[in-house]
Structure formats: C-alpha cells, structure tokens
Write a protein that binds this ligand. Structure first.
Ligand code: GDP
Ligand code: IMO
Ligand code: MG
Length: 429
C-alpha cells in the first residue's frame, strides 16, 4: 500500500474510522494528524463496536504503531475515559502501552478551555457554532497565540511552572472578568498537571524523530483525519467549522511529514450528507425522507449523542471537497441505507433563488448559502438488500448507474464502497 491519508470529505462522520481500520491492516504506522476528542469514530469488528475519539483506529491490530501527532489536541480526562472504555470493550492495557504513542508536541486541552468553549457558545447566542464543547476552539486559540501547554511541558517542571505563571492569570482573568466564571486556583491546576503527567508517561514518545525517520524510510504510513473538509478552519463553512485542518494538506503539518511522503488521499463520503451543529446545509431534508435517512442510518453523534441533520448527497460540495481536500480517490459509505428507497437524489448544481443563475461552483461565503436551492438529478432505487454483497459486479444495476454517474461527475475514482458498518461489508473496486 502507498502512504495514504484518509480524509473526511463532508461535514464529518462519513465513516472514516471504518475505512482507516480496513486500510490499517496493510500499514505499519497509523498517525492521527488533527482535531481532538470532538471526533467520534466507530469501528465494528469481530462483533464488537469500538468507539474512538483520540486513539487512532489502527489500534485494533497487533504490531502496529499508532501515533497521536503534534497537530492533535488532547483533553487528558477524555483520553483516560477513552482508554478505560476500550479496555472494557476488550483491548488490553498491554496493547496500548506497546502500540500507542503520543507526540510530546501535542497541545493539552485544559479544564479552562472546556469552560471557555461553553462560555463562548453562550456568548454567541443564536449565532452559536454548535460545538462539541470539548474545548477545541480555545485550545487551538491558545496554541496559535503561543500560550498553550504541550505534553512535553509536563516533563519539565521548571518550564511548566514558568509558563503557568503567565498563562493561568491570563486565563483566570478571561474567565472571571469576561464571562463571570470561577477562576482556577494554581494548586488545583498543578494537581491536575501532575495527574496528566502520570497518565501520559507510558505513551509519550520522546524518540519520535527516530521513529518518524524509520517510518518514512521503510514503513507504510496511514494518516487518519478527523472531522471533514467542510469543517476545515480555512476551507470549510466558516465560521461553522472546527479549529483545525482536516484536509489532506493538514496531514503533512499535523504528522510532521512533507507532501512527498503522501501518495494517496482517500476522501470518505457518505451516500448522503449529515451535519451536527449549526450552519447552512443546502441539501438538508427536514421532511419524512430526512427522518427516514436519520433512522435507517442511525445518525446520532458518537461524541455528543446529538441527532445528525440529514440531506441528499451534495455534488457541488463534493467536487469542492475533492479539489481543496486533495482527494485522489473516493470511499463511498452507507450505500445500504438506500436499500428501501424508491428514488435517490443527488445535487448536481445550485440555483440562486433571487437571480435564477445556476452554478456548480461552491460559494465560499456561507451566508450566501441561504440564497441557493439544490438542483437534483433523480436515480431509481434498487429495492434490494445490498449489505452482503462483496463484489462490484453483484451490485444491482440501478446502484451501478448511480455509482457510475457519481464517479464521472466527481472525475475521481471510487475505490471502496461500504455497504454496512462491519469490516466484512466492504466492496473494493
Ligand atoms: P467517522 O467519524 O467518520 O469515523 O464516522 P462515525 O463513526 O462517527 O459515523 C459513521 C457511522 O456509520 C458509524 O456508526 C459506523 O459504524 C457506521 N457505518 C460506517 N460505514 C457504514 C456503512 O457502509 N453502512 C452502514 N449502515 N453504517 C456504516
Ligand atoms: P468526526 O471525526 C461531525 C462539528 C461540531 C460543530 C463544529 C465545531 O467524528 O467526523 P468543535 O467542537 O470542533 O469546536 O465543533 O464541528 N464537529 C464534528 N461534526 N463529526 C466530527 O468529528 C466533528 N467534530 C466537530 O458539531 O458543528
Ligand atoms: Mg464521527
């Protein structure tokens, strides 16, 4: 396998974890490159459901190195409960201690970041983003303002104390004076930081430069993205986005490799679109069809349990996503959700409701999205259970017509079709 990045190509929850898990069996080194515990990734294997937030989905295989890269932000409390839950699901402590490594460069989400995320949302009122309230925005804000704490700081007490002397009064002032919230006593934060050091000690990888050098020379690397292109801080539906770069380009930065180290970018698309949180959604279905997709697709957020908003596949977004997401091939998931549908729609263009103008170009100013309505092409449903099909040839003719159109429309090869949550329910084209 070539060094490959798995990119969410819509608004997140496309089934990236399932695809990462499948590809991980042919990789040596799996590296998560951005985001934090806002991500909720599900893998179904061996009749078990594994839920990941920070841990790379490659952990289910023995003898792989799973790395949480410098571009990721880590909320220690969430990391701890994730490991505990995964151990309850059947993974062993030894597996984590052997396979899981954390970059010392990763920024830490502190308790005040969680408070600031909630307060920031309250402050926005009806303009709120609908964040996961996992402190993501405030952690990346501090990182870029150069007042973040990194994992490596925990292991240098002198440096940590000197940083904290500057950072904590600043954060406390914001909590108290801007938002009227409780400040954190220094002793409380110091106790937390000691706990974090103990928690990370078995995983933090101070020899990451040697490991990365070896991986680049002799190993196959799989880069695992979180969220999706339309949630990208630069290219997504700003400001209704997350605070990192899920696009393939983000993998180079977050993992510490150059663009030449990545030969393939698999964009993961659902056969429809879902979105959690606020923001415009041109193909959103607020009718029975939307409910039907939501129910059959079991569209609930893994991290927050929120119902996901559902809509038809948006080709305009998908073309844009292939362009800026750097996508070289497509993994299409959840095609089975349409098994009982009479017809399936796919948005091929937007119509401006005011001017009547038709466009295939994605409008980057999201406030203009309210001016557009989708132009649909309608396909006949296949009315057959496709969830056990293993070969492309065996798919019903109507499904092939839909897939062929999509591939031509996107000008990008569909390399994987997923017809169910399980590893086995996959068609490699
Ligand atoms: P991620 O965040 O992109 O990894 O996706 P999530 O795990 O949040 O959401 C995808 C959901 O769809 C999970 O519950 C998966 O188990 C499930 N899933 C993935 N692929 C398929 C598929 O092809 N068909 C069906 N029915 N479910 C799928
Ligand atoms: P995975 O990796 C879907 C959304 C939130 C909100 C916006 C900003 O499972 O695909 P944040 O907490 O990041 O500041 O929230 O981004 N969001 C996701 N939506 N899947 C995710 O991750 C998401 N991570 C964040 O709902 O709209
Ligand atoms: Mg998810």
């Amino acid at each position: 396998m070539k060094n490959t990045v798995v990119v969410g190509a819509q608004f997140g929850d496309e089934g990236k974890a399932k695809i990462t898990d499948l590809l991980a069996c042919n990789a040596d080194f799996i590296i998560r490159y951005q985001g934090g515990c806002n991500a909720g990734h599900t893998v179904v294997a061996d009749n078990k459901k594994y839920k990941f937030h920070l841990v790379p989905s490659g952990i289910l295989y023995e003898n792989k190195t799973c790395f949480i890269g410098a571009g990721v932000v880590i909320y220690p409390e969430s990391f701890k409960s994730e490991i505990d839950e995964l151990i309850k699901t059947g993974l062993t402590k030894e597996r984590f201690e052997k396979s899981l490594k954390i970059s010392p460069l990763a920024n830490i989400t502190m308790p005040y970041h969680i408070d600031l995320d909630g307060a920031g949302e309250d402050n926005l009122g009806k303009n709120k983003i609908g964040t996961t309230k996992k402190g993501i925005g405030p952690t990346y804000t501090d990182k870029y303002a150069r007042v973040g704490l990194r994992v490596e700081d925990l292991f240098n007490e002198e440096a940590l104390l000197s940083k904290l002397d500057v950072i904590l009064p600043l954060k406390n002032k914001t909590l108290e004076k801007v938002y009227g919230l409780k400040p954190y006593p220094k002793e409380e934060i110091l106790t937390k930081l000691k706990e974090y050091k103990e928690l990370f000690a078995p995983y933090v990888c101070f020899d990451w430069q040697d490991i990365l050098r070896e991986a680049k020379k002799n190993k196959t690397i799989l880069f695992e993205g979180a969220q999706g292109v339309l949630l990208d801080i630069d290219y997504g539906t700003y400001p209704y986005v997350t605070s990192s770069n899920p696009i393939a380009g983000g993998a180079g930065v977050g993992a510490g490799v150059g663009p030449l180290a990545i030969q393939e970018a698999i964009g993961v698309f659902k056969a429809y679109i879902t979105r959690v949180g606020e923001g415009p959604f041109i193909t959103e279905l607020t009718d029975d069809i939307g409910d039907k997709i939501q129910t059959i697709g079991a569209e609930f957020g893994v991290t927050t349990g929120r119902k996901r908003r559902c809509g038809w596949f948006d080709g305009v977004i998908a073309k844009y996503s292939c362009l800026v997401g750097g996508i070289s091939s497509v993994a299409l998931t959840k095609l089975d959700v349409f098994d009982t549908f009479e017809e399936i729609k796919l948005c091929t263009a937007y119509k401006n409701k005011k001017t009547g103008e038709i466009t295939e170009l994605y409008p980057t100013n999201v406030f203009e999205h309210y001016d557009y309505e989708p132009v649909y092409k309608t396909f006949k449903g296949w009315k057959t259970d496709i969830s056990k099909i293993k070969k492309y040839e065996d798919l019903p003719e109507n499904a092939k017509v839909y897939l062929k159109f999509l591939e031509e429309y996107l000008e990008t090869k569909i390399s994987i079709i997923s017809v169910g949550p399980d590893r086995e329910q996959t068609i490699f084209v």
